[in-house]
Design a binder for this molecule. Structure first.
Ligand code: GLN
Length: 487
């Protein structure tokens, strides 16, 4: 492997600026690594070499002309395959969109292209981003680069594993209930779900619109901060986009956190944690103490309802969002239907996988007349309660910490036939989506089998900069991120 591929995005863009390497060379090296490694890992649904090389050429032209380079210009990146890039297949890892070629760019895609960030390919995911292990892809599974028999986490498994394996330096994922933070934790990298509305959802295939948020994956906090800056911003094409100026997040990474208050979520301190994860959490608490922070135990009593609330609201929204895949407008259509009704039903029966069908049925039930008040309305009320509990907690502390997941990456197949066990994997991450607050997973050590552990940090809405600041301080105190998967 070209050694430069292991470096950070900042180091890579400096090397391009200083003409130690051209953007085209770096892009080709990354494509080569993907071509030689990805059969083992399964991170990519498709490659977009032409777009990537075209962008890289633009970067090299700018360097030759002595022009200033935009942030992250030339740094190899992967898009989760539920984000649109003109002329590329956008499948959401579903049979129903297997041959769908996107006619438009998502807003985040356009921003990346404007910044001359080469997009190398579309990363594998759980079908329509529903899952926690990437085993729900209709095409292939993703393997964890730290141990190929383990899952990478989901649903953004390909985005996380490709960065951990140095196939690319950066990637984007989407997080509806933990799909960025969980795979970041399982793969030993940084993954961040920004404040809801910070990053435009235009051009992201919708799962549960009130919870979905796009965010960065990187091998260190600074790179994640820079990528967040590139993709953030108000977008009139997304009605829930926040009209608040974008910050230069990297500028505040090293702010002193002495005297600040770190809340430890009581409900996530012990229950179900493996011994090694529990030790890593204790170590993180000690680290923040050593940095001069005050540790406060915070109780969030409604947290125990978060999975229940999520699986009503997310399924309700998905049953509505996925109604558009009917064989008429997009993607797959059954070849042998006798009438219109049969065309609809057969198309959906043949096009969707089992987990997606389960969610559509659950959501349709929760929204049906007679049950709506008991399920959907109740869940909305409970969501407000969760949001209020976080707001109260943040009156007392600057940030909250917990493990990203009670356990490290599990064996492939271990939870595949038990949806409830799989749903419980997200116990620590889901509530941030319900409350719309930013959350992040940063490497926090390894378990006895050498599998990465993640620390989750949560901050109040729009305090993404503060969140990154606390993550950076923790990262720099430990340097867990410097150890790369040996693959
Ligand atoms: N694992 C959760 C689910 O299956 C969250 C997925 C996500 O964040 N996209 O719904």
């Amino acid at each position: 492997m070209n050694e430069l591929l292991k470096k950070s995005a900042t180091e890579q863009s400096n090397a391009i600026k200083n003409k130690e390497v051209s953007a085209v060379e770096l892009t080709k090296a990354a494509l080569e690594r993907i071509n030689s490694l990805d059969e083992k890992l399964g991170c990519f649904n498709s490659l977009t070499e032409d777009t990537a090389l075209e962008t890289a050429k633009k970067v090299d032209k700018k360097v030759a002309n002595g022009e200033e380079l935009p942030l992250l210009a030339g740094v190899p990146l992967a898009l989760k395959d539920n984000m649109n890039l003109v002329g590329s297949r956008t499948t959401a890892s579903s049979k129903i969109l297997e041959n769908f070629v996107s006619p438009f760019n998502a807003t985040i895609t356009q921003k990346l292209l404007d910044n001359c960030v080469p997009i190398l390919g579309k990363a594998n995911l759980d079908e329509f981003a529903m899952g926690s292990s990437n085993e729900n892809s209709a095409f292939k599974k993703v393997h964890n680069p730290w141990n190929l028999n383990k899952v990478p986490g989901g649903s953004s498994g390909g985005s996380a594993a490709s960065v951990a394996a140095c196939e690319v330096t950066l990637s984007l994922g989407s997080d509806t209930g933990g799909s960025i933070r969980l795979p970041a934790s399982f793969c030993g990298i940084v993954g961040m779900k920004p404040t809801y509305g910070r990053v435009s959802r235009y051009g992201l295939i919708a799962f549960a619109s009130s919870l979905d948020q796009i965010g960065p994956f990187a091998r260190n906090v600074e790179d994640a901060a820079n990528l967040l800056e590139v993709i953030s911003g108000y977008d009139p094409k997304d009605s829930t986009s926040l009209n608040i100026p974008v910050e230069h997040y990297a500028a505040s990474l090293n702010n002193d956190i002495k005297g600040k208050k770190v809340g430890v979520i009581k409900e996530l301190m012990s229950e179900g944690l493996t011994e090694d994860v529990s030790k890593a959490l204790q170590k993180a608490i000690d680290d923040y103490k050593a940095m001069g922070c005050e540790i406060v135990e915070i109780s969030l009593p409604s947290l125990k309802y978060s999975i229940g609330i999520y699986y009503i609201l997310a399924t309700a929204e998905c049953s509505s969002n996925l109604a558009r895949f009917d064989g008429v407008k997009y993607g797959y259509r059954t070849p042998d239907a006798k009438n219109l009704m049969e065309m609809y039903t057969k198309t959906r029966a043949e096009g969707f996988g089992p987990e997606v069908k389960r969610r559509i049925m659950l959501g349709t039930y929760a929204l049906s007349s007679g049950y709506y008040d008991a399920y959907y309305k109740k869940a909305q009320q409970m969501r407000a309660l969760v949001t209020m509990e976080f707001a109260k907690a943040f009156e007392q502390v600057d940030v909250l910490i917990s493990p990203t997941c009670p356990n490290t990456a599990f064996d492939m197949g271990a939870k595949a036939s038990d949806p409830l066990a799989m749903y419980l994997t997200d116990i620590a991450t889901i509530s941030a989506n319900l409350a719309g607050i930013p959350g992040l997973s940063v490497p926090a050590g390894f378990d006895r089998d050498g599998m990465p552990i993640g620390l989750q940090i949560l901050a109040p809405q729009m305090q993404d900069a503060k969140l990154l600041n606390f993550a950076y301080k923790f990262e720099q105190a430990n340097n867990y991120h410097k150890k790369l998967a040996n693959i």
